[in-house]
Every structure is written in C-alpha cells, then in structure tokens.
Design a protein around this ligand. Structure first.
Ligand code: MN
Length: 293
C-alpha cells in the first residue's frame, strides 16, 4: 500500500501532501448521487489500473454524494481472501431501499451482500432514517441478521425492537457509544476496511452538504485509533461542492433529499476547513498504519 489518492469528481478536496489525483470531472454527472450498477462497474474498470498500481491506503472521494464509490473500493478486497469487517462513520445508515441501482444512501446494503464481508458497523447515526415509519425504507434483513449494525445516538429504536432487530443500538451520548464500540472492536479479530463520511461530525466542526451528526473531531480520531493494526484500506467523503445536475431525473431525486444549497461565498471557507480535517485524518491513519506515511 502507498500514500493517499484523490478521486476528483467534484473539485471539493483541496490538495493534500503526497496525494495522487485522478481527474474524474467527466464522470460527475453520471456517478454523483447514484447510478446503475453497470455504470459503477465501468468506473471500477476505469480505476482498476490506478488502484492496482498505487494500492492507496486512503482514498478521498469528495462529497458524500459519492459514498457509493466505497462499494468499488471494498469489492476489490475480495482478492485478499479474508473475511472483513467494514466500519462506517456516518450520520446516516446508507442502507436504504433504492430501486434505480446504487446510490449514496443505499451502498451499505450492496456491501452487506458481499460474501467476504462479515459485518458492517454504521457508527454515529443521528438521522431520523432509523426511527418509526422511516424504518421501512431501510433494508431490514441484514439488520435482522446482525450483519449490518447501527450505532445511534439518542434515537428511538422501538420500531426496530418490535421487528426483532436486536443488534442495532442507540446511546445517550457519543462518549457512551464509543465506549461500547471500543469493546466491540476489541472482541473481534477480522481485518477492517474504514470509510468515513464527515457528515458524522458536528456542524461546528466542519460543514457538509448533508444534515450532520454530533461527533467531535477528537472522538473520530480516537475511534480510528481503535482500529490500529487491522486496517486494510480506508476512504473519506463528506467534502463540500455545489453541483446542478444536467439531468432532470437526478435533479428530482436529489431535490427529494432537500439538500440545502451552499452559499458561494462560504464554499471556499468550508473547503479550507475540510482540508485541515483531511490532513488530521491522514495523520491519524498514518500513525496507526505502517503502510501509510
Ligand atoms: Mn454516507
């Protein structure tokens, strides 16, 4: 494994020391928010030579609108021939039903169907997606089996309990969640792939184009340190960019999620803050992985 790689779909990730950059602006419209599986696989074939050559230890994907690209990065790990756990830090479950292929809110379900994936932990959820009537919008079987587990803060999981979903939990606070998560990590041995959506962080830490969670940056870096010695790869999303879809269908779908427009004058300021956060994440990832320096 080598250094980090920026998949530059949306010009959101500002330069990072020693990071290679793959320009992918031409794919922004096709990939952003969601796409057919065939389109994602074609992107995978396009990226394979670069990923094979560099084996980057950390990949920056840009906005959380590209979180489904993590599926490609995880699927490649089939070649390791090992059972893996996936740790997702995210304010959303990303395990929702989506009938048009794969998108930034449904990719966890696709990952959960990979035979070499033992378990997917989605950590830091404060979104309403997991409560009450919204629960039906989630893929329920992997939750029921415990292959996908939600780690939430201050969510009412009564609907889940009624359905017999026992492995997902909600905590009074982020520190109590991370205590329990630490125990869960210590009790397992599988290698881990880590994917971070910075919307898990509180909005006074950094701004994303999605509603955000309550995690502090220090809590995120401490949680990453729990994975010391076990990481087989990682990616980061949640950077900010504005984009107006050319296609009416994607404008409609993304409009349904009510993403607030980002004021132009704030975009640069926010991206510079993200650059600081990305540097910090790289430094922590480097400190726990001798393959990333
Ligand atoms: Mn996400």
């Amino acid at each position: 494994m080598s250094r980090s790689l920026i998949l530059d779909f949306d010009a959101s990730v500002r330069p990072l020391a020693d990071a290679d950059v793959v320009p992918l602006g031409d794919s922004q419209e096709a990939i952003r928010f969601g796409c057919g599986l065939a389109v994602l696989r074609a992107l995978g074939r396009q990226l394979a030579p670069v990923l094979d050559a560099l084996s980057p230890a950390a990949v920056f994907l840009g906005s959380g609108d590209y979180h489904h690209v993590s599926y490609l990065l995880i699927e490649r790990l089939r070649s390791l021939g090992e059972r893996l756990q996936i740790v997702v830090f995210d304010n959303h479950p990303d395990n929702m039903r989506y009938p048009f292929g794969i998108h930034c809110g449904s990719w966890v379900w696709h990952v959960s169907r990979l035979p070499f994936v033992a378990r997917v932990h989605v950590v830091g959820i404060t979104s309403n997606d997991v409560e009450g009537g919204h629960l039906w919008e989630n893929h329920l079987l992997p939750l029921y089996s415990g292959k996908v587990r939600y780690w939430c803060v201050q969510k009412k999981l009564r609907a889940m309990r009624t359905l017999g979903i026992r492995h997902s939990r909600s905590f009074a606070s982020m520190p109590s969640l991370l205590d329990a998560f630490s125990d869960a990590m210590a009790a397992s041995v599988e290698p881990i792939y880590l994917t971070i959506d910075k919307d898990v962080l509180a909005a006074d830490v950094v701004n994303t184009n999605w509603d955000q969670g309550v995690m502090r940056l220090e809590e995120l870096t401490s949680a990453i340190r729990l994975l010391r010695g076990r990481l087989v790869g990682s990616d980061v999303t949640g950077d900010v960019s504005s984009y107006r879809y050319r296609g009416r269908f994607k404008r409609l779908l993304s409009g349904l999620d009510r993403q607030p427009p980002i004021p132009d004058h704030l975009l640069e300021e926010w991206q510079i803050r993200h650059q600081e956060v990305n540097r910090e994440l790289l430094s922590v990832l480097g400190s726990i992985s001798h393959t990333l320096t």
